[in-house]
Write a protein that binds this ligand. Sequence first.
Ligand SMILES: Nc1ncnc2c1ncn2[C@@H]1O[C@H](COP(=O)(O)OP(=O)(O)OP(=O)(O)O)[C@@H](O)[C@H]1O
Ligand SMILES: [Mg+2]
Length: 353
Amino acid sequence: MSEIYSVELIDVLKRFGNVVAVDHVNLKIRENEFFSLLGPSGCGKTTTLRIIAGLEEPDEGIVKLYGEDVTDVPTHKRNIGMVFQHLALFPHMNVFDNIAFGLKMRKTPKEEIKRKVKEALEIVKLEGLENRRVNQLSGGQQQRVALARALVIEPEVLLLDEPLGALDLKIRQHMMVELKNIQRRVKTTFIYVTHDQTEAMTMSDRIAIMKDGRIQQIGTPLEIYYRPSNTFVASFIGEAVNLIIGEIGENNVMNTSLGTVYCPEQSIKGKAAVMVRPEMLEIGENLSQVDNLFKGIVQAAIFKGSYIEYRVDVQGTIFIVHKHGIDGMEKFYTPGTLVEIGWKKNSSLTIPV
Ligand SMILES: Nc1ncnc2c1ncn2[C@@H]1O[C@H](COP(=O)(O)OP(=O)(O)OP(=O)(O)O)[C@@H](O)[C@H]1O
Ligand SMILES: [Mg+2]
């Protein structure tokens, strides 16, 4: 028997005028998975989410929930919860009434409402605040009320559209950990939309990277970081990346404008990019044990706390090097210094272009 997915999109397409917002998207999201849609502004994330929710009708394709075709099923008959960036809480109602709202709409008995709201408050760690008005809460607390309100109806799938977007960095970092913990506790499928790779990398089991309405790659955070399937993903994920374009011939040797680059075993042939992450590059005056070595001039050295970022100019190409494990007041290479940079071929990856 084939696996049943909590959400499945089959060849979904959505047009707005002549914009193709969602372009032949295929997704299979597993039960209890924390799945993120990640991509730049306008790539079609929200539209995809709205199609799953039934708030938007696809022009083509099929939407399935737990194996059942729901393409023509209205939103209120899909067991889906939603949390958005703009919370749409009722500001003058207290926490309890905000959370209880969905249950009252469903005519749930009073005692059951009390019990369920109490449970939801425990999950989001807001016990004791039920009588507080939501406009007397912090941003992070309000976000938790929104989450509790969505979870209280026990959805099979929870959709979250940039829910942390309005929060400042510290609360956001805290909420990322919280959200992941909550998802583990409630064992619900979370589909999380964001343009922030840190959020997606921190919380997700798998991530779909989107661009121009199309899925570029689906994978675990590790897979998309170390095995990007194209140069867009390679550049979009991670703080920085070094990509050298060239032509790979026999024996995994690439010809580039900088000279020969030795690529990993069984590299693709023909036009390609070799990708080296900044932390995989070594910098020094007398490098050994690297397969590729270039001389360059330090253009910038930026102290980032746990590492130093160097920008090194090699014949007009800028390499970004992250030197970790710096010990205390180690000297850094100042701009203008002649240095060597290098890497082992197995620390790089070749990507077709
Ligand atoms: N109701 C609409 N009418 C017309 N065009 C729309 C509508 N909704 C979305 N679009 C267009 O569809 C494309 C995808 O929009 P969408 O909101 O899904 O992007 P997004 O990835 O969520 O972006 P953001 O990160 O900025 O929220 C964009 O080009 C957008 O302008
Ligand atoms: Mg959006």
